[in-house]
Design a protein around this ligand. Sequence first.
Ligand code: NDP
Length: 352
Amino acid sequence: SKVLVSGANGYLAMWTVRILLERGYNVRGTVRDEGKTQFVREYFAKRGFGNDRLELVSVPDIVKEGAFDEFVKDVEGILHTASPFHSNVKEPEGKLISLRKLIDQDSDIFPRRILPSSRPGNGPNVKRIVVTSSTAAVMEPPTQPTQFSELNWNESAPKEVEEKGSNAAPMTIYRASKALAEKSAWKFVEEHKSEVKWDLSVINPPFIFGPPIHDIKSASALNTSLKLWYDTLTGEPAKTRDQLKASFTWVDVRDTALAHILALEKAEAGGERIITAAGPCLWQEWLEAANSLPQSQRPANLPVGYPDILEGERTYLANWDLSKEARILGIKFHSKAETTKDTIENFKERGW
Ligand code: NDP
């Protein structure tokens, strides 16, 4: 069967397309810039997936009404991963985008555009739509150890952006955009459930790490999450003790891609938002994982950091109740050691 993947050239989406193809699906990938199709086409052609299995189309403006209409007519599933993830969300004029603009454009890319496209008549065969949300839509990073589940919503980021407008911190704007986008997707489904033949499933990943297979011109052009990881492992700029002690949660990019596909396949995933995380971590633990590799497999200037951080009890602030993931998807998540080894190997192949 055929599946549409939006933003097919992205970090997460490239793995999603790859696993789909390997599992026998035909894929239609959308990119916003025609010039970005070449790398994707060549990457998969080299792996034996030609035009008969992978079609790439450009949707230059994904906020335009009906932008996806002609591309969803013959697909059975839609994986919507496209969304900006930048810590420096800027308008061309250099101004931070306002909440209003986020609602009108970025955060509503999915609900107002892809969903209507999939109404009967537009996408008569679509059975399931899977949207990439984020744990950013579930919570604001806590200051005390807290456990969260799919029942939690990040209410404070949208509120803060509402109050401060473009003066809100860029990451708060990002988290607000993810929370609002996911909310309006569920709202759309609620309002149109009698008309549509498909159901919605949402994946909420935390920070995504792991080997990139998308087109990256240089280490400085890495996507936001991987750039943070790279900077930490190269010690550029050097991290303070407090920074290396900071806790957050993570997941491997390959597991996140698989989660989207399992959410497409498993009947029980319909109508569910699912947190897909490997677990909590401290930045120092990533340095420890890298320093535990044989010398030849380590990055050249790998810092030691502050190993004493890992002595005694560790405090993880955000913790997830992952029982829904285990029950519905049951992914065997990559460990820090595996992700670290594979990612460094990938970087070394690029000469970094
Ligand atoms: P990438 O930046 O690698 O990929 C994002 C994709 O979305 C690219 O194809 C990009 O196109 C496209 N895109 C971005 N903005 C727009 C826009 N305004 N209109 C059309 N297309 C757009 O990021 P990731 O792979 O990391 O992110 C994929 C998804 O995962 C996003 O929804 C993100 O919010 C979510 N996510 C990511 C996490 C992470 O740690 N990386 C954590 C949790 C969620 P182009 O190449 O042309 O810019």
